[in-house]
Design a protein. Structure first.
Length: 486
């Protein structure tokens, strides 16, 4: 089980906060609401407040762009997504209708259009029966009726328990059994960001509402079209970028106001602070961020919630060397990989990037991603090229594009997806995620409110879920104002 903090907490930007309490309080700018974080949740919250007449607000974003884990990258005519990529669930997802209305919903590429192959790490053809077993189990273990039987255990137990039987039923090669089991775990971990598929509470996983159709619908010209859409109703003066919030005094004075201080010493006195930072950031920084410490119940909830990690590696060539517009190369490991290259064992497939037939992408989950993040960029690229050469038996040309993400290294994230509740947490205080959304009140007034994907009870780990939570908390403030001031 992986424990925080993932990196030494030395040298955090907030260690250099300028000013002191006296100057912060004396010079504070008055706002009704301060929103911390400009990802999907923060932008949705600010937009909802403004549309409902709460205009005296500030949105403070630590980084130099808006969107957080929605981050589109453009370079030399190539478009890649560092973060969110798909609108999961077809028309059940609110983003599907939005993208369609905006005229930017990309046509689907069905699974059947992909040139599919499965290879061992040394380039032999792998037994497709193993893939069939993995695919069947993925479908079975995702069913709520099945997952609910594992509530007290780790999410991966269903897969681990059922794999051997399913593999035998498919008459898979005995020599590849362990390799296909590893493949299945990497598949699950790629989608969950887990280090070990037993880490997440199956009860927590069971709460997730899965509409299927996971990797089909996309934004034609980048997911950041959503960021532009959410931003357009928010007056420019409301948003401050490159403004990390380093201190939140939430229990000072009898007016029940919150003093929010940024790294550069700009301070805000507000009636409500709505915090949307990732659970990775909150876990790492809560001790220095909040003054006084958060109430016990909230700290307990954070202690049993984690942020998983899945990174992307992306390679592009002027023309494809595989020759198919849609390519899906699955890989199993029949031997261990030792040393610096061991992170490659986290990869279970390469896929062409949507609408770019000369680009390949792979996900790297959990501990493998942390190893990859620690290596120099050029080394990661070299590893990938020699790996692809071994697996395909081809000579791989020098790529014209290479990019990898480092979500764990990002001090404002400390992970990517999914947020998850540990098995212990799921069996005790976090039988649902409600505690993470519980506002901290002073004299009946919600002074600290919590949004962000991790606070959603059923759609955590998604963009649509994050938006829901921002709106949910904005309405808590609006309802409070309506009840108090009429
Ligand atoms: C690689 C990857 C792939 C994904 N794929 C998909 C997908 O295909 N479909 C999907 O629906 N979802 C996907 N997700 C998940 C989705 O992107 C997130 O669930 C969602 O964007 C989270 O939004 P949020 O507003 O809750 O948090 P964030 O996007 O993390 O926003 C929080 C913001 O707060 C800022 N912040 C943090 N600390 C501070 C501070 N102290 N002061 C000021 N600002 C601060 C951060 O910089 C950030 O901008 C993916 C995520 C990743 C990383």
């Amino acid at each position: 089980m992986y424990c925080y903090p993932p990196h030494p907490v030395r040298g955090h930007p907030c260690d250099n906060i300028s000013g002191n309490y006296g100057t912060w309080q004396a010079n504070a700018i008055q706002r009704e609401v301060v929103v911390v974080g400009g990802g999907a949740a923060g932008l949705s919250a600010a937009r909802t407040l403004i549309r409902n007449g709460v205009k005296n607000i500030a949105l403070l974003e630590a980084q130099d762009y808006l969107g957080g884990r929605v981050k589109t990258h453009r370079q030399d005519g190539i478009l890649t997504e560092d973060g969110a990529e798909w609108i999961h669930g077809g028309s059940a997802n609110r983003l599907y209708g939005l993208a369609r209305r905006m005229g930017v919903l990309s046509p689907r590429v069905p699974d059947s259009s992909y040139a599919w192959s499965a290879k061992t790490e040394t380039g032999r053809n792998a037994d497709p029966a193993g893939y069939d077993a993995a695919e069947t189990l993925y479908e079975i273990c995702e069913r709520n009726s099945v997952l609910s039987q594992y509530s007290d255990f780790g999410y991966g137990k269903c897969y681990a328990d059922k794999f051997s039987g399913e593999y035998r039923r498919n008459r898979g090669r005995r020599s590849e059994r362990a390799a296909w089991l590893h493949f299945l775990e990497m598949w699950v971990n790629k989608d969950t960001g887990l280090d070990d598929w037993r880490d997440q509470s199956a009860r927590d996983a069971d709460h997730f509402t899965d509409w299927g159709l996971d990797q089909w619908d996309q934004w034609r010209a980048g997911y950041d079209a959503l960021v532009a859409h959410l931003k357009k109703d928010i007056p420019a003066g409301t948003i401050s970028m490159s403004s990390p919030v380093c201190k939140i005094f939430w229990d000072q004075g009898d007016k029940g106001q919150v003093l929010v201080v940024t790294q550069s010493g700009v301070s805000y006195l507000a009636d409500h602070a709505l915090i949307t930072a990732s659970v990775g950031h909150l876990k790492e920084r809560q001790d220095s961020l909040f003054e006084p410490a958060l109430p016990r119940a909230y700290r307990d909830a954070l202690a049993v919630t984690e942020l998983g990690l899945a990174d992307k590696v992306q390679l592009g060539w002027r023309s494809s060397w595989w020759g198919e517009p849609h390519y899906n190369l699955n890989i199993i490991f029949t031997n261990d990989i030792q040393g610096e290259k061991s992170w490659l064992k986290g990869i279970m497939e390469f896929l062409t990037i949507h609408n770019q037939s000369n680009m390949l992408q792979a996900f790297v989950p959990g501990e493998y991603a942390r190893k990859m993040e620690a290596l120099p960029e050029e080394t990661v690229k070299r590893h990938l090229l020699s790996f692809l050469a071994d697996v395909t038996g081809k000579s791989i040309p020098e790529p014209s594009f290479f990019r990898r993400t480092q979500w764990q290294k990002n001090v404002w994230m400390r992970g990517s997806y999914n947020s998850y509740v540990t098995v212990e947490g799921g069996n005790t205080i976090m039988r649902s995620r409600q505690p993470l959304a519980q506002a901290v009140e002073k004299n009946g007034k919600p002074v600290l409110l919590w949004a962000g994907e991790h606070t959603h009870t059923t759609r955590y780990g998604t963009v649509d879920g994050a938006m829901d939570t921002g709106e949910r908390e904005a309405y808590k403030i609006i309802d409070y104002m309506d009840a108090t001031f009429g």
